[in-house]
Design a protein around this ligand. Structure first.
Ligand SMILES: [Zn+2]
Length: 429
């Protein structure tokens, strides 16, 4: 500010201001806040393709989509590309970080101070942005490290996707522990700063596909009612069908994982609008990363069998009209593969456009952000992704051909030198 005052002051006194003052002023990102993105092809909120559109971005939002470039705007030429909304991954564990040091494994790392974990996990956040994912729902983290990442990203102090976080997930006490009050547990999570409440309703994780339900219907119901009373939403993890059924009946907003869903549960999900994140691809990842994790060879066939049943239930649920969302369940070295789930969704019978909706409009509504996330439209956050090719013909274009990403008006990935890297303020939620 003092530079500006000096500039004005010296100009008023009839002194010619040095050129560098003018450069300083005009180089200031705050003064170059209007950006005009030339989109060769753009997928609009209805899934239609619009050619040669100009997206005007003011600060962190889309101001308009039309055909003219406003005078003075910074032009970003993406006319060779197809432009899609920033994608949403509804199931990550962003703070699960491994530095790949030989002789160590992701699951037996030395305990780190929470602050160290937060700084290291910025790499997971950057890898996620590279896939075109600009928003995540993070479903489980220790020591409030997810709150820290969420807040630092919203302040513009860390580069990463917008995060909606659950903190520590709720789970049943270990054998012999006294029964827990799930209403109190849910309220405590929300009071501590969780956006979402996550419940581990069954066993099953990493190389284990144990489907045993661990949280009762009544406990699920208590947590859901407590969260909904405070206008927060609930995601329930269940590997097996009984836990999925109870989670849906208890009013969970989304259910994570699951196999062998029966017709009654599927019909209940359709009726209630429950969103299902089947997370098919995460078991593909565990099978492929078995040596990093040190999984025993006999754990791999059950993972593959789970994938087949997971895919089969996804096919049946989608056909019946269940809302399905892209959740990677990314941990450790899976960041950067966040969108491979979309390939499974096409195998389950979706068109590429329907698969795109699982990472845009459907999760935006799940997050309660259907009016500012998941679409390219005026008033929405300027979360904008350029892909090379036609994602409505080939889903692999979404998965493999992301070239440029803007999040909240700020360019966060640029593999084409398109410019527009000036920072914009207020990348908030
Ligand atoms: Zn998970």
């Amino acid at each position: 500010m003092s530079h500006v005052f000096f500039f004005v002051f010296s100009w008023l006194r009839g002194h010619r201001p040095p050129l560098w003052f003018a450069l300083l002023l005009f180089a200031s990102p705050a003064l170059a806040a209007t950006k005009a993105i030339k989109a060769g092809r753009l997928i609009d909120p209805s899934g239609r393709v619009v050619t040669n559109a100009v997206i005007v971005v003011e600060n962190d939002r889309i101001a308009s989509i039309g055909t003219t470039t406003p005078a003075g705007a910074e032009v970003i030429d993406l006319s060779r590309f197809t432009i899609i909304p920033g994608l949403i991954d509804v199931h990550t564990h962003m703070t699960y970080y491994w530095d790949r040091t030989p002789g160590t494994r992701p699951l037996n790392q030395p305990r780190r101070p929470a602050g160290v974990t937060v700084v290291l996990a910025a790499e997971n956040a950057q890898r996620t942005l590279e896939t075109g994912v600009t928003t995540v729902r993070d479903l489980g983290a220790a020591n409030e490290t997810d709150y820290a990442m969420r807040d630092l990203i919203n302040m513009g102090k860390m580069v990463g996707p917008r995060m909606f976080v659950a903190g520590q997930g709720l789970s049943a006490g270990r054998g012999g522990a006294p029964p827990q009050d799930f209403r109190q547990l849910a309220e405590a999570r929300i009071a501590a700063g969780s956006d979402w409440v996550k419940i581990y309703g069954s066993r099953g994780s990493y190389q284990s596909v144990d489907t045993t339900q661990t949280v009762s219907y009544d406990d699920m119901q208590s947590a859901v009612d407590a969260a909904h009373a405070k206008n927060h939403r609930v995601a329930i993890h269940s590997y097996g069908p009984s836990g999925v059924k109870d989670a849906v009946r208890a009013g969970a907003d989304s259910v994570e994982h699951g196999i062998d869903l029966d017709d009654e549960t599927i019909a209940d999900m359709v009726r209630r609008g429950t969103v299902w994140a089947p997370t098919i691809d995460h078991n593909r990842y565990y099978a492929e990363a078995k040596d990093e994790f040190g999984f025993a060879p006999d754990t791999i066939p059950p993972l593959q069998a789970y994938i087949e049943r997971n895919l089969d239930s996804t096919r049946r649920a989608f056909k019946a009209g269940v809302k399905i969302a892209m959740g990677s369940d990314a941990v450790y070295t899976m960041f950067g593969q966040n969108t491979r789930e979309l390939g499974w969704f096409v195998k389950a019978g979706m068109t590429p456009a329907q698969a795109l909706a699982t990472a845009t409009t459907i999760p935006a509504a799940l997050l309660g952000h259907e009016r500012d996330l998941g679409a390219l439209a005026p008033g929405y956050f300027a979360d904008i992704v350029a892909v090379d090719g036609d994602p409505l013909v080939d889903v692999d274009v979404l998965i493999n051909n992301v070239r440029w990403v803007m999040k909240g008006g700020m360019v966060v990935v640029d593999h084409i030198g398109a410019g527009g890297t000036g920072r914009a303020g207020g990348a908030g939620r």
